[in-house]
Write a protein that binds this ligand. Structure first.
Ligand code: SF4
Length: 217
């Protein structure tokens, strides 16, 4: 019998092989144990209490999706009422783990992301895509669609707002992994989900020491 460990949520477990996203990067090689145990509300637009809390900060939009947003700038501008030259910080932030090799920061204006619908709920980019029959993944950044999962240094892990307890919809609903499993499948594929399912089972039942690494980045 393998030795079982009481896993700290920040423990990183290795995957059996690397899994590259559909954009080539990021590639995940490990996963933080806490994504299989921490919970969040998940069904954002059904939530009556968060007031779009997680969209108050803006977001790092990878350069693949930055370009796609600009290709739809006129239609998105008409929804937001904010000119396109006010959407993003001026300089890209190079990052080899981001699709396109970097990101541009979607700005905060009047206390929330420039793309947040101030008169209703949710994201103008998402609503714009839905209204035109466009898959929202084609326009929204990978960071947006995976949140509150995120990635760094080849590890799939919980966003810092989960770790520090700030995310307002924590501790109810599915686990982070179960709530976002189909998003993970979209970006990293069926084999990655099968591998993560196996790690999840190990975490929930006790995991052999040889499968663990150091704490997440
Ligand atoms: S781009 Fe949309 S989903 Fe992302 S932070 Fe801004 S409003 Fe929220």
């Amino acid at each position: 019998m393998p030795e079982s460990l009481p896993l700290h949520p920040a423990t990183v477990l290795d995957l059996p092989r690397p899994f590259a996203s559909r954009y080539g990067v990021p590639t995940i090689r490990g996963v933080e144990a806490g994504i299989f145990t921490r919970r969040f509300f998940t069904h954002c637009l059904d939530c009556a209490f968060c007031h779009d809390w997680c969209c108050q900060f803006g977001v790092d939009v990878d350069l693949v999706h930055h370009q796609r947003i600009l290709e739809h700038a006129a239609g998105i501008e008409a929804r937001t009422g904010i000119p396109r030259d006010q959407w993003f910080d001026p300089d890209p932030d190079p990052d080899p783990e981001m699709p396109g090799g970097g990101s541009r920061r979607a700005r905060v204006a009047d206390g929330a992301c420039v793309f947040l619908d101030r008169r209703g709920r949710g994201c103008h980019i998402h609503a714009y895509a839905a209204a035109r029959g466009i898959d929202y993944h084609d326009l929204k950044s990978i960071i947006d669609c995976l949140y509150p999962l995120t990635f760094a240094e080849g590890v799939l892990y919980a966003a810092e707002e989960v770790d520090d307890g700030d995310l307002v919809c924590l501790d109810q609903g599915p686990t982070l992994y179960r709530g976002l499993r189909e998003e993970v499948r979209y970006y990293f594929g069926d084999e990655c989900v099968a591998a993560l399912d196996a790690v999840e089972a190990a975490v929930l039942t006790g995991v052999p020491a040889s499968a663990t690494r150091s704490a997440a980045p």
